[in-house]
Design a binder for this molecule. Sequence first.
Ligand code: PGA
Length: 249
Amino acid sequence: MIKVICTDSYEALCKQVSRVFAAQITLKPNSTLGLATGSTPIGVYSELAQMVAEGRLSLSQVQTLNLDEYVGLGAEDDQSYRYFMNHQLFDRVDIDKSRTHVPNGLAQDPQAEAARYEQLVASMGGVDIQLLGIGNNGHIGFNEPCDHFPMQTHTVALTESTIQANARFFADASQVPTQAITMGIGTIFAAKKIILMANGPKKAQILLDTVAGPVTPQVPASILQLHPDATVYCDAEAGALLRQHGLVD
Ligand code: PGA
């Protein structure tokens, strides 16, 4: 059973999740953090940046591994996930950027890059705490609904629903890359602790499916039901159906 913690607002959600990350870093300053992009975690990164600015937290010893990157976009492209991480977090805190890792979207051979990244995660001893968003279709990272759980970091063709969901960040849907490199379900599942965050009414149904539906690769996040330490943190809107079904305290 996945634990669910529901807050009143997005702001409260970000405060709670950032406190969990701060506690992890305080207890183990050289933690390996698994980080996510998308609109959901932006408030968490702001909270962490504020804690660092106020001298309450230091990220100087952490190392980070991001979940995924678009194939074809580099660090200078403002839609790349490396660019996002630099701007939302890394450039705002005392982190050693050489210890921050995102798959290289400009690698000549994306499949070789995926294999390199999988090795990198292993060589760093795995992830201590993994932050996840969730796609409207249940994807985590870019592990899209399919007929099996892909285990390792791999290249993936994005589904039409993900391309449409991400088109809001681009001039139009035709500009959205069609391929990505993503940690696999096995790579993600190996994290010691997993925090899946969701906010807003569009995520209510998929959270119910994730927490209380069958474990199926058609809802990739449902695998978290089997994880020993996975928690869903959501706001009231995303948690509405969970609450209706008595799955939130
Ligand atoms: P979002 O994306 O945070 O922008 O909703 C989540 C995801 O697709 O994983």
